[in-house]
Design a protein around this ligand. Structure first.
Ligand code: GLN
Length: 553
């Protein structure tokens, strides 16, 4: 019989009950770049699949306020959120795996934490007190984690601590997540440690000692991991898992194996099949809900068994670090999923195309060309040569941000007869500054967070490739740039056959340029970064269009 007592009838005016938020903290041991980001993202996908609201957060111990001022060679891509935060590339993994849009609050760095604490100290918030790492810095970190959980309405917050256990700058973060167990209750907190299990010698002998040592470092700061995610080239035997569990005080079912895979998108499936999600649900006392990973398994199958293949040249300045354009690479793979094609990425250092004739030799035979974002003058002649090659040889082309600016420069120089046209970023004295600073950027000396950042609206012109691809007139895309197409040259370039197919709603800023399909099968470039909105289950229309065009090329 239904309970009709007053207590059982919800009072519509009662304040919403606070959710009992669960926290999963992901740390890394032995070496950096061990896959904490993808582990966190995969776990997020699996919990979302079980019907939970998942919030993803990255705690980065470096002192920089954000990733905007970091070198892509060292740190990989700078990811941008809807609200214009310049963040670590792991946020890109979170968005792509979990299929959520993150905000600024998803990224916490030592720089932001200390900045906030120092501001409070100056304001007098701690008047009379001595401001210390514990409790003030750790308190600020915890506040950012719990506040994030509350504001996103999450059932589970997955917070990844950047760096490796044992790093000096990581200590306040480890101390904060240690305290979280006491604050939130042991039943609401789970520690996942991602670690490397090297195999050495001619027989690929598995070595557990580095992991034992990194768990020891964690224990020194008072954290006992609940789960070990073991990165390994060779599968672990039950005995080896048991040994790891014994030395690290983790139960056998909590030793999860993460062997190398052909695609990162197979990792959620690998975890699910080892009972990782069930374990998390059990340990965190989450309700048992059904799992249906069939869509995700379908994506993995399409990646692994495509029926077609294309080769896409990706031209950029930072190609030595595979992570520098990670979202572009992933977007191309997503487009491959949509087109049932394997997309071979041919990373090309633009500087190698600088010499006359180099682009023709190096790019001959590719099915499509992408020219990447970038800054400064190095490798610019090579980028321009790549655009020219794609334009003249009718090879499908997509230019992103600097790639679009290079397409404008190339067209101005070689078609619109504006010899020496340039962006003022490269040549401040050019006779034809077709790309230039917007007035609101004059006089800005600070480099951090001063670009045009985040989501901005764009209106697409009728009868354009852009409109055909998007299928709607009004779109929003993420930005990260300082320079813009110079409106003084729009008329001249239009007369020369260039099409400005996307602009800000007031038409003042150029967002997309293209060539008519009567002269080129697929030539389009954007001031914004479409790669930040592509998902494995939802390829971005521009990348999908490029790969389709490459297939029919
Ligand atoms: N350097 C260019 C600008 O600032 C392009 C930036 C980019 O490619 N992200 O406008």
């Amino acid at each position: 019989m239904p309970d009709t007592s007053p207590a059982a009838i919800p009072d519509p005016d009662a304040p919403a009950k606070e959710k009992n938020v669960k926290y999963i903290f992901v740390t890394g041991g032995v070496v950096s770049s061990i896959g904490k980001g993808i582990t966190s993202a995969a776990l997020g996908r699996l919990l979302r699949n079980r019907g939970f609201e998942v919030a993803m957060q990255k705690l980065d111990p470096y002192i920089n306020v954000d990733a905007g001022t970091m070198n892509p060679y060292q740190h990989g891509e700078c990811f941008v959120t809807d609200d214009g935060a310049e963040t670590d590339l792991d946020l890109g993994h979170y968005e792509r795996f979990v299929d959520i849009n993150l905000s600024r609050a998803a990224s916490v760095t030592t720089g932001t934490v200390y900045g906030a604490v120092i501001q409070k100290e100056r304001r007098g918030d701690y008047l009379g007190g001595t401001v210390q790492v514990i409790p003030h810095i750790t308190g600020e970190i915890k506040e950012r984690i719990t506040q994030y959980g509350r504001s996103t309405g999450a059932d589970v917050v997955i917070a990844e601590v950047g760096g490796t256990v044992g790093d000096i700058e990581g200590l306040p973060f480890l101390e904060a997540i240690r305290q979280m167990k006491r604050d939130a209750g042991a039943e609401n907190v789970l520690y996942v440690h991602v670690t490397l299990i090297p195999s050495v010698g001619p027989w690929n002998e598995i070595k557990t000692k580095p992991t034992q040592h990194s768990v020891m470092r964690l224990r020194e700061v008072g954290i006992a991991p609940d789960v070990l995610v073991c990165r390994t080239k060779v599968a672990l035997t039950t005995e080896q898992k048991d040994k790891l569990g014994l030395f690290c005080d983790v139960s056998l079912d909590a030793v999860i194996e993460a062997t190398d895979t052909d695609t990162i998108y197979a990792i959620p499936v690998m975890f699910e099949d080892q009972g990782f999600t069930d374990l998390v649900v059990r340990r965190l006392h989450l309700p048992e809900t059904p799992s249906n990973l069939s869509d995700w398994r379908g994506i993995v199958k399409r990646i692994l068994e495509p029926s077609k293949a294309v080769r896409v040249a990706v031209v950029g300045k930072y190609t030595e670090n595979g992570d520098a354009y990670i979202s572009i690479g992933e977007s191309l793979k997503h487009a491959g999923i949509a087109s049932d094609a394997r997309v071979h990425l041919d990373w090309i250092d633009s500087e190698t195309l600088d010499e006359p004739g180099a682009a023709e030799t190096r790019l001959s035979g590719v099915d499509a060309v992408v020219v990447c974002p970038g800054f400064g003058g190095r490798g610019v002649p090579g980028k321009i040569a790549a655009v020219r090659y794609a334009r003249e040889n009718k090879v499908p082309f997509l230019g992103v941000c600097y790639g679009m600016q290079m397409a404008v420069v190339e067209y101005a120089r070689h078609v619109a007869h504006l010899a020496g046209a340039n962006t003022t970023e490269v040549d401040a004295d050019t006779a034809y500054p077709v790309i230039a600073l917007m007035p609101d950027q004059y006089g800005i000396a600070d480099k951090g967070a001063t670009m045009r950042l985040g989501l901005w609206p764009c209106t697409l012109a009728p009868e354009t490739l852009a409109l055909k691809l998007y299928g709607k007139t009004n779109i929003e895309e993420r930005h990260r740039h300082r320079y813009e197409v110079n409106n003084d040259y729009r008329e001249q370039l239009t007369k020369a056959g260039f099409v400005f197919s996307g602009t800000s709603p007031d038409h003042k800023l150029v967002e997309i340029i293209e060539l008519p399909q009567s002269v080129h099968p697929f030539f389009i470039a954007t001031q914004f970064h479409p790669e930040f909105l592509s998902r494995p289950n939802r390829a971005h229309p521009l990348f999908a269009g490029l790969v389709e065009a490459a297939l029919s090329n």
